[in-house]
Design a protein around this ligand. Structure first.
Ligand code: AMP
Ligand code: ZN
Length: 188
């Protein structure tokens, strides 16, 4: 059997401890918002406020309504942008439609969606960043933790910013053509 030298075992052990500490921190960070989400799910009472649908227990609706503080950087009738409370890099912010909707395809206020990309462009200019990601997660398996549609603008500054694992699949031209046809047939 292969013998691993003692000093290597120690190095592996230290690295495992370091990694698990990091994972624990990440889970702890996310569980803060997870609790909000659980609470949100229990009471899905919606109410109408100023013509816009809001969710009484949605953390981002509370920011929109000024019930909890945020570092707001842009506000219009339909859109709000504010700094992410746990940024991946300096200037990491969130741009949201004021109308409550959990996922992108639930949003009925399409003018807000159009405005959001323009706002993202303006913020990128204001931050004077050349490299950045726009990220928009839908659903827990797709890493959405706050159930109110939001677009992340994440500056890429050296090693800081969004890290990606991109597992590309090899598919045939026939498969691609089939998917394209299916989407085109169902587009409304
Ligand atoms: P997501 O995983 O796409 O749902 O990301 C939600 C983001 O919202 C995370 O990056 C959190 O740091 C951020 N967030 C959660 N609560 C607040 C808050 N009260 N103010 C600002 N950002 C927040
Ligand atoms: Zn909301």
């Amino acid at each position: 059997m292969l013998q691993i030298p003692f000093f290597l075992n120690i190095r592996i052990l230290i690295k495992q401890l370091y990694d698990s500490a990091h994972v624990t921190k990440k889970i702890a960070v996310k569980s803060t918002t997870f609790r909000n989400d659980q609470h949100f799910k229990k009471s899905r009472q919606s109410e109408t406020c100023g013509g816009e649908e809001t969710m009484t227990d949605c953390i981002f609706c509370k920011i929109v309504n000024g019930e909890i503080p945020a570092h707001k950087i842009y506000e219009s009738e339909h859109v709000l942008a504010f700094l992410d409370i746990e940024p991946l890099s300096r200037g990491h912010c969130l741009i949201i439609p004021k109308q409550h909707a959990e996922k992108l395809h639930h949003v009925t206020d399409e003018s807000a969606l159009r405005e959001i990309l323009v706002v993202a462009k303006k913020i990128a200019h204001a931050l004077k960043v050349e490299n950045y990601n726009i990220l928009q997660n839908n659903g827990r398996p797709a890493h959405q933790f706050v159930p109110h549609v939001h677009f992340h603008l994440i500056p890429k500054i050296n090693d800081e910013g969004l890290g990606l694992i991109w597992k590309a699949n090899k598919v045939s031209q026939d498969e691609l053509a089939q998917v394209a046809t299916e989407i085109k047939e169902n587009l409304s």
